[in-house]
Design a protein around this ligand. Structure first.
Ligand SMILES: [Zn+2]
Length: 61
């Protein structure tokens, strides 16, 4: 019986940590820094709204 509870707790902990990781990823993925003027801009932007520089899409990684 105790073993089953242990497994349940382990599973819940795993789910919690996965959820936290996904939240963090989303947070990071919404914005990026312009490599030219270091302004925070939308992650999907291909052109910086502050200095109008073209931003290579490969920078998103
Ligand atoms: Zn810029």
């Amino acid at each position: 019986m105790a073993f089953i509870i242990f497994l349940l707790m382990k599973g819940i902990n795993k789910l919690n940590s996965v959820g936290k990781k996904e939240e963090k990823k989303e947070e990071v993925a919404t914005t990026k820094k312009c490599p030219y003027c270091l302004s925070v801009i939308d992650i999907k932007a291909t052109r910086c709204p502050h200095c109008t520089s073209d931003i290579n899409l490969q920078e998103i990684k």
